[in-house]
Design a protein around this ligand. Structure first.
Ligand SMILES: C[S@@+](CC[C@H](N)C(=O)[O-])C[C@H]1O[C@@H](n2cnc3c(N)ncnc32)[C@H](O)[C@@H]1O
Length: 275
């Protein structure tokens, strides 16, 4: 095993190489969690050092994809932080109703639970075919799970509790069918959803979003990358539109603080002011 200093240098060289070859930029991810995840990937790989792994990662897209999956934290659940969804339902939806059609961006959607939660909420609030949800993530593997909309049945109890706490209006079981140990979400929920790979660190934003959710993603980034992503979200959100961040994230102490107001204190749901 090389000394910690060498280990660190090798890790940075690998990330630099990944950026040069694949255009995926992990160089400004928060150091501690990045280091932990990369080291775990290395331990589980057939390589003993990052230098040894480098050639394979840079030349073999399959090895790169295993690294990409190892690097991203995909933990999520339906109606995660139910109070946020309750606030969207009660405080944000009345404004969203004023638009003839609605565009929602779920950035860093992982395996899709957050995007399906939004689809259920909008359906219950009567948006029918008046909305489109763009669900994006950097990791193509989790996006495949998102497209399938099939989740382990054992998760459904927690999803159901969250849904109820979030002010759900129906029986959660109306939205899935159970088969063996899996629950398949109703395919109609997917009809107004578009899934796409999108990298918040390097790609351009989307235009004219009325609501953008980017929750539990910024916590993995260094300040410089947070800044880039907030700027991207800001340019994607229409004036009067909404931004929903994770509970440990926020616009306070950023340059966007004055262009947004928090809808309800400490919910991390913000409305963009008109110029
Ligand atoms: C912890 S999950 C959050 C999922 C969901 N938003 C939630 O709050 O439950 C973080 C997600 O961000 C994605 N991610 C990490 N870096 C990204 C980037 N540069 N661009 C887009 N997505 C990214 C990861 O792949 C992962 O699926």
């Amino acid at each position: 095993m090389p000394s910690p200093g060498v280990h660190h240098v090798e890790m940075h060289l690998l990330l630099e190489g990944v950026f040069q070859v694949y255009g995926h930029d992990f160089r400004d991810y928060a150091e501690a969690s990045l280091h932990r995840r990369l080291s775990k990937w290395l331990t589980e790989s057939r390589f003993s050092t990052f230098s040894q792994a480098q050639g394979a990662v840079l030349r073999d897209p399959a090895v790169f994809h295993s690294l990409l999956t190892g690097l991203t934290v995909n933990v999520t659940e339906m109606f995660r932080d139910p109070l946020a969804f309750k606030t969207i339902r009660e405080q944000v939806v009345p404004h969203l109703r004023t638009y003839p059609s609605l565009k929602v961006w779920v950035a860093g959607c992982a395996s899709g639970e957050e995007a399906y939660s939004m689809a259920i909420l909008l359906e219950e609030e009567g948006f029918k075919d008046r909305y489109r949800i763009y669900a994006t993530d950097v990791d193509p593997e989790v996006l495949e799970q998102a497209k399938a909309g099939i989740y382990p049945l054992k998760e459904l109890q927690r999803f159901t509790q969250n849904y109820q706490k979030a002010g759900g209006r129906a029986a959660f079981s109306d939205y899935y069918s159970a088969r063996f140990d899996r629950a398949m979400l109703e395919p109609r929920l997917r009809e107004r959803m578009v899934f796409a790979t999108h990298n918040l660190a390097v790609d351009a934003g989307f235009g004219e979003m009325h609501l953008a959710l980017c929750r539990n993603v910024l916590i993995y980034f260094k300040p410089v990358l947070k800044q880039r992503v907030l700027s991207l979200l800001d340019t994607s959100i229409t004036p009067g539109g909404f931004l929903c961040l994770g509970l440990k994230e926020g616009l306070e102490t950023t340059e966007w603080q004055r262009s947004y107001e928090e809808v309800v204190a400490r919910t991390r749901i913000y409305r963009k002011r008109y110029a």
